[in-house]
Design a protein around this ligand. Sequence first.
Ligand SMILES: [Zn+2]
Ligand SMILES: [Zn+2]
Length: 210
Amino acid sequence: MTLLLKHFILGSLQNNTFLLANEATREALVVDPAEGSALVADEATRNGWKVTAVLLTHAHFDHFIGFPSLCTALSYQPPIYLHESDLPLYVNGGGARQFGFTIPTMPLPTQDLSSKSALNTGEEIIQVFHTPGHSPGHVIFYLPSLATALVGDVIFYRGIGRTDLPGGDYDQLLGSIKNVVFKLPDQTILFPGHGPETSVASEQKENPFL
Ligand SMILES: [Zn+2]
Ligand SMILES: [Zn+2]
């Protein structure tokens, strides 16, 4: 029994949103619900999966602005999981104003990811690693059974996360990449928050910023 990972490209910033389902328990998680996440809800409903939580890699608005449309389409509201160091950013609208976006008031996260090193979905484990630098409370989700990591805006295909936004820190970001992302097994597939997927080995060899 393995997890199923479904990938959506959503919104004007081409965000990657994920639906992670355990077929055995019919439960699913949504990671980073971007603008237009009603589509993700529809996919869960079509498969008979209950969305038990929404996980955020970090609190930039483009990674959670789709939460209301997700809930409307589901007709229920799953709890939000976020690292507490990104809570100030979250309650501030995730930096939306700076980009000319307005964001509705959102329910507060109910689970602090700083206290969790792993989430359990049936027999499958999701490991949570704190990777500050792009934002103070950024985390990545590593799915050992799929040899895949959802890395948010820490690292991209041949790129790295920006550190010029409030709370960004270039040295911390490089530390998060070298000491966390690059410590995952070489063959690990990396799904960033935007753009194409890549792998640990490929970025170790070819990333021009590292
Ligand atoms: Zn971001
Ligand atoms: Zn982003």
